[in-house]
Design a protein around this ligand. Structure first.
Ligand SMILES: Nc1ncnc2c1ncn2[C@@H]1O[C@H](COP(=O)(O)OP(=O)(O)OP(=O)(O)O)[C@@H](O)[C@H]1O
Length: 240
């Protein structure tokens, strides 16, 4: 993997003629996890789509850049919808990126990653044969298969039960260590566990909130993590 870049987004955007954000300045440091929280509809997914170069329908006036050159081809995006192809089995879905690029599909690695997300024994199932949480883990596996320095995750653990969510947070933190990760989440506990940097997006802009001490993934029951979680929730309740 090449050295991960920092990202930055600045300026204003409209969508469908409606203002979305104005004069924001958002910095995502290199090689760290940045967690982005905020009320529903404030524009968090749009920020991810701008970084991914997929923000159709958005008029953005400003800059959206990596610290070391063009971002195209260096980003993996896990969208809110799992976007699994219904006619492919899980191995086919997990190796889709490589095959679309005309590269050999690394099915051995796909098996490893699918097993790591708890889908061993389901390699040849189609997406319709999976639960919502299993589909989300299959989409996570596909994202983890992409060896990209920048990884954008849009509520990647939202459909998981509490125990699986904690496991997937730990696995993803381990597998994506050292990459530039931008995670959009509605879960203050998740941000408190995983964020090297935590930011809240509101209609007034993007503010930074200090993370709890210690390296992610922090223990769920750590007193500083619990305190940060409560404090983030209080701030979010004020904004919504
Ligand atoms: N294709 C579109 N056309 C018109 N408006 C859109 C489109 N996509 C999103 N929007 C609007 O843009 C705003 C921001 O949407 P976005 O998905 O970025 O918000 P979000 O903060 O990620 O929300 P959530 O937390 O609910 O996922 C919302 O008001 C939404 O209705």
């Amino acid at each position: 993997m090449t050295q991960p870049p920092a990202l930055s987004l600045a300026g204003s955007a409209t969508i469908g003629g409606e203002p979305l954000f104005r004069d924001i300045a958002f910095a995502v440091p290199a090689g760290r996890w940045t967690c982005l929280l905020g009320p529903s509809g404030v524009g968090k997914t749009t920020v991810l789509r701008l970084f991914a170069g997929l923000a159709t329908g958005v008029v953005h006036e400003g800059t959206c850049a990596a610290s070391d050159g063009p971002l195209a081809g260096r980003v993996a995006l896990m969208a809110q919808d799992d976007l699994l192809l219904p006619w492919l089995d899980l191995i086919g879905n997990a190796t889709l990126g490589a095959r679309l690029r005309g590269e050999a599909a690394d099915t051995a690695r796909a098996r490893e990653v699918l097993a790591a997300v708890g889908l061993a024994g389901m390699f040849h199932r189609r997406p319709r044969e999976l639960s919502g949480g299993q589909r989300q883990r299959a989409a996570l596996a596909r994202t983890l298969m992409e060896d990209r320095p920048v990884v954008l995750l849009d509520e990647p653990f939202s459909a998981l039960d509490a125990r699986t969510r904690a496991q997937m947070q730990e696995l993803t933190a381990r597998l994506l260590a050292g990459r530039t990760v931008l995670l959009v989440t509605h879960d203050p506990a998740e941000a408190a566990r995983l964020g090297d940097v935590i930011r809240i997006m509101t209609e007034d802009g993007i503010e930074e909130v200090p993370p709890p001490p210690g390296a992610p993934p922090r223990p769920v029951d750590d007193e500083h993590v619990l305190w940060a979680q409560a404090s983030l929730l209080a701030r979010l309740r004020k904004e919504s």
